[in-house]
Design a protein around this ligand. Structure first.
Ligand code: S5P
Length: 263
């Protein structure tokens, strides 16, 4: 039984919860482990789409630097919609620099990501200082914030496909477990279930694209690759009826998730 499409006002309950608690609550209450990767050029279009798909998703992922109409006013509108429909907002910034630089990239500039993104993605390549810096910067925001560490990638030939790299990511996640709530991954990295495994590269009909992306089905991702959260982009965005397709991925994803994770 899918939740009704009527938006529920979350009020300010979320302010007293950690991001981790809120994520778990959303999964259970909305019965969805679908994250829409809204890789569209216009924030206006993302805002419209999120009003339609809001009930079906636990998280909306964007790349703010591909938008041709970014403004703080519009992104705060999207943030409001995310509260109303109870999903998290993930900026897929893939931070990858030294601590001092990422601190500025997170809080300053045109995008002021820390003002609106519940979660951001972070490469672990520069070492754990990158996470420490983001966590420090997030302390000046009076709302819960967190990040997902990119431990493995879905693209062909990814250099993250290395045991030590993955071990390093897990160690870092454990050390900074207040701020790191999970991973972008292609396999189950730890038995510590406080960390959510979020897996991109999902498609029911295609096996890849022309630029190295590799796809598996929702079932393969959850069963074979240990995913908790399915990150789905073009499979939904390029479909004829985005809402209907999102419902299909939600239903299939949550059914398999419930079966295998016994939630
Ligand atoms: O390993 C990765 C990590 C990420 S965050 N592989 C990915 O594809 N992604 C992102 O997921 C990518 O940047 C894109 O926004 C989305 C996948 O999009 P799709 O259209 O291929 O489903």
């Amino acid at each position: 039984q899918l939740p009704s499409s009527k938006p529920e006002i979350v009020e300010t309950k979320h302010l007293s919860m950690s991001i981790r608690e809120r994520f778990q609550m959303i999964l259970k209450e909305k019965k969805t482990n679908l994250c829409l990767s809204a890789d569209l050029p216009s924030l206006d279009e993302i805002i419209e789409l999120s009003k339609q798909i809001g009930p079906n998703i636990c998280m909306l992922k964007i790349h703010c630097d591909i938008l041709n109409d970014f403004s703080m006013e519009k992104i705060l509108q999207l943030k409001e919609i995310s509260r109303k429909f109870n999903f998290l907002l993930l900026e897929d910034r893939k931070f990858a620099d030294i601590g001092n630089t990422v601190k500025s990239q997170y809080t300053k500039g045109l995008f002021q990501i820390s003002q609106w993104a519940d979660l951001v993605t972070v490469h672990i390549l520069p070492g754990e200082g990158i996470v420490e810096a983001l966590e420090q910067a997030a302390q000046s925001i009076n709302e819960p914030r967190g990040c997902l560490l990119i431990a493995q990638m879905s693209s062909k030939g990814a250099l993250t496909d290395n045991e030590d790299y993955v071990k390093g990511a897990v160690q870092c996640a454990k050390k900074y477990s207040n701020f790191v709530i999970g991973f972008i991954s292609q396999s189950r990295l730890t038995t510590d279930n406080q960390f959510l495994h979020c897996t991109p590269g999902i498609h029911l009909n295609n096996t890849g694209d022309q630029l190295g992306q590799q796809y598996v089905t929702p079932r393969q991702a959850i069963d074979g690759r240990g995913a908790d959260i399915l990150i789905v982009g073009r499979a939904i965005l390029d479909s004829i009826n985005r809402v209907k397709t999102a419902e299909e991925y939600q239903e299939e994803g949550y059914r398999v998730y419930e079966q295998l994770r016994h939630v």
